[in-house]
Ligand binder design. Structure first.
Ligand code: PAF
Length: 279
C-alpha cells in the first residue's frame, strides 16, 4: 500500500490514476479502524479500480477538546489492517497539512447540521463538511463510501454535494454489528465491561421500534422505546427520534412507511449513536 502524507502527493497521484481511466473509490476515516471500516474498503474495492483511504483525526469536528485528545490513534494497527485488506493508497496527513491557522468555513446546510447530533455537538457538521470537502478536493474520488452508522453525517455530506455541485457519488454502506447487536464504533473501546453489556439497550430500543413498525403508532413506539432506554441501567438518553429518511424531520411519515429511527445515549463518558432503517 502506498502511504502519502501531503496534499500535493495525493492529488498528483489520484489525478494521474484517473487519467489512466481508473475510477477512484474513497473511504475517509479518522482511524481506529474496525470491521465497519474494513467493510467500506471492501465495498470500495468492488466498485472502483483504485481505493484510497484517509486517516485524519479532524480537530474542527470536535467541540470537546477532551474528546479530541482521547480519540484512539492506533496507527500501526490501522496500517496493518489496511494492508491486510489490500487497500491501494493511504492518505495520512498531519493537521498542519490540512489547515492553516486562520481558516473560516460556513456552509448553509438547510438546518440539517443543527438537529439531532448537531444540537448536542454545535459546529460538528460544519467541521465534517469542511474536512470532507478538502479531502474530496485532494483525492478526486468518483465514489465516496460512508457508513450508515453515522446516518446524519451521510445526509449532511449529500447536502454538501448537492449545494456545491460536487462531481462525486456517495454510497451509504450498512452498519456492521457485533454478534450481540452493538454497532461497531471506534468509541466502543472506551466502554468498561459493565457499560459494554449496558450498551445493548440502544440496539434493543431500535429493535423494539422495528418489530412494532406498521402495527403501533409512531408516538407509542417512540414513547415505549424511550421509556425502555430511560429505565435501562447506565444509560443517559440523548435522543430517540423517528424521522423522514432524507431530511431527518420528525413530522413523521405514517407508521409502516419509510423512515429512520435514530438514538444517541451516553454510558459514563462514552457517547454512542445507532440507527435503523424502517421498515
Ligand atoms: O466518519 C468519520 O470518521 C469522520 O466524520 C469523517 C467522515 C472521516 C470526517 O472527518
Amino acid at each position: 500500500m502506498k502511504i502519502l502524507r501531503t496534499r500535493s502527493e495525493i492529488s498528483a497521484y489520484t489525478l494521474q490514476q484517473k487519467q489512466q481511466g481508473k475510477r477512484i473509490g474513497f473511504v475517509p476515516t479518522m482511524g481506529a479502524l474496525h470491521q465497519g471500516h474494513i467493510s467500506l474498503i471492501n465495498l470500495a474495492k468492488n466498485k472502483s479500480d483504485l481505493v484510497v483511504c484517509s486517516i485524519f483525526v479532524n480537530p474542527t469536528q470536535f467541540n470537546d477538546p477532551k474528546d479530541l485528545e482521547k480519540y484512539p490513534r492506533p496507527i500501526e494497527h490501522d496500517i496493518a489492517q489496511l494492508e491486510a485488506v489490500a487497500c491501494d493508497v493511504l492518505f495520512l496527513p498531519e493537521v498542519e497539512e490540512m489547515y492553516s491557522s486562520d481558516e473560516k468555513w460556513e456552509l448553509a446546510l438547510d438546518g440539517l447540521d443543527e438537529i439531532l447530533e448537531g444540537k448536542h455537538r454545535p459546529g460538528h457538521y460544519q467541521g465534517v463538511t469542511q474536512i470532507v470537502f478538502k479531502l474530496f478536493q485532494y483525492t478526486h474520488p468518483d465514489i465516496a463510501f460512508f457508513g450508515q452508522k453515522d446516518y446524519q453525517q451521510v445526509q449532511v455530506i449529500e447536502k454538501m454535494v448537492q449545494k456545491l455541485k460536487l462531481a462525486v457519488a456517495l454510497e451509504m454502506c450498512p452498519i456492521i454489528r457485533e454478534a450481540d447487536g452493538l454497532a461497531m464504533s471506534s468509541r466502543n473501546v472506551h466502554l468498561s465491561p459493565t457499560e459494554r453489556v449496558q450498551s445493548l439497550a440502544l440496539y434493543q430500543s431500535l429493535m423494539h421500534i422495528k418489530e412494532g413498525w406498521g402495527k403501533k403508532s409512531i408516538e407509542i413506539l417512540k414513547q415505549e422505546a424511550t421509556e425502555f432506554l430511560e429505565k435501562s441501567p447506565g444509560i443517559n438518553v440523548g435522543y430517540l427520534e423517528i424521522c423522514a429518511p432524507n431530511n431527518l424531520q420528525n413530522n413523521h411519515p405514517a407508521t409502516g412507511s419509510e423512515a429512520v429511527a435514530l438514538v444517541a445515549a451516553s454510558l459514563g463518558q462514552t457517547r454512542l449513536i445507532d440507527n435503523i432503517l424502517l421498515p
